[in-house]
Design a binder for this molecule. Structure first.
Ligand SMILES: [Zn+2]
Length: 298
């Protein structure tokens, strides 16, 4: 009996998630999981607030911030959620506040006359400035994503007036291909590849170059491919204010090619699927077929 209830429950749950994604894909966004205005209004009419898609009792700011960890910043409530607002001279990277002053630390990383067993600053005239040159390159270029805050991204409205109602204008899937350059955290060997971002836009769309800026910012910090895939997805969800986002990444790793196993032509593929890309088979397969199509045109 318990087993039967479990199966029926699971079927209903699957049907609900499937139907909501199908509606989203077809452009009827009224039941969308993304920032549903209706849910917000319904919660407010009960004297509650909407947090993580649930109506919950209004809490004081201190309550919501009680267990929220925020180093080098202070907890504030935004859209009924606690977020970390970084102190002056700090900026947010991966939900932590990082000091801005790291930007000017090349001098400390590699003093001008640094002597090293790896870099021959004593007998090779071309290497004399290399420690400083390397430090500058790391801080300003290769690892710049660690020291710079996220790129400023403007989101444009994606709505059209239908009488008194505002409807989503572009209701299809948007897929964009962005090159990525990074280095692995372990050996600082190059990672080179492509990132495909899929999104079912809600009431906002991003300028196309913004996707690439986000990919570049995440890549330039010395990161594992798995982590880069997740970070790109999280950032797109945040700036586009949408939960239906997918990220597929494929890359070659200098760590496998130049050292260690010395494999040429190896390829690493990772994916992060959220919202309807995770819940709906048809949305997911449309995403991957579009990627295939774009590769055929290359
Ligand atoms: Zn490595």
């Amino acid at each position: 009996m318990i087993k039967l209830i479990y199966i029926v429950g699971l079927t209903i749950l699957l049907m609900i998630s499937f139907s909501s994604c199908e509606k989203n894909k077809d452009g009827n966004n009224s039941n969308s999981k993304c920032f549903s205005e209706e849910l917000k209004i319904s919660c407010e009419s009960q004297g509650k607030v909407c947090i993580n898609k649930n109506c919950v009792e209004k809490k004081l700011e201190e309550d919501l911030c009680k267990d929220f960890v925020c180093n080098n910043g202070s907890c504030v409530i935004e859209n009924n959620k606690p977020i970390c607002k970084c102190n002056e001279n700090y900026h947010e990277i991966n939900k932590t506040c990082v000091s801005n002053t790291k930007k000017i630390k090349c001098k400390d990383v590699a003093p001008e006359n640094a002597s090293s067993d790896i870099i021959d600053v004593d007998t090779d005239p071309n290497s004399i400035d290399t420690p400083k040159r390397l430090a500058k390159m790391y801080v300003n270029e290769i690892m710049s994503g660690r020291y710079n805050s996220s790129p400023s991204v403007t989101a444009f409205p994606n709505t059209i007036k239908d009488g008194d109602e505002e409807e989503v204008y572009y209701d299809g899937m948007l897929i964009t291909r962005c090159p990525i350059t990074s280095v692995c955290s372990h050996h600082h060997q190059p990672i080179k590849g492509e990132v495909f971002i899929g999104i079912l836009p809600e009431k906002k769309v991003l300028g196309l170059s913004k996707y690439s800026r986000i990919v570049d910012w995440v890549g330039r910090r010395g990161i594992l491919q798995e982590a880069a895939t997740i970070e790109i997805c999280n950032e797109i969800m945040k700036v586009a204010q949408c939960e239906d986002v997918a990220v597929y990444m494929e890359a070659t790793h200098g760590c496998c090619e130049n050292r260690g196993i010395k494999l040429a032509n190896s390829l690493t593929q990772t994916a992060r699927l959220e919202g309807c890309f995770k819940d709906s088979e048809s949305v997911r397969s449309e995403f991957y077929s579009q990627i295939q199509l774009s590769k055929m045109g290359k």
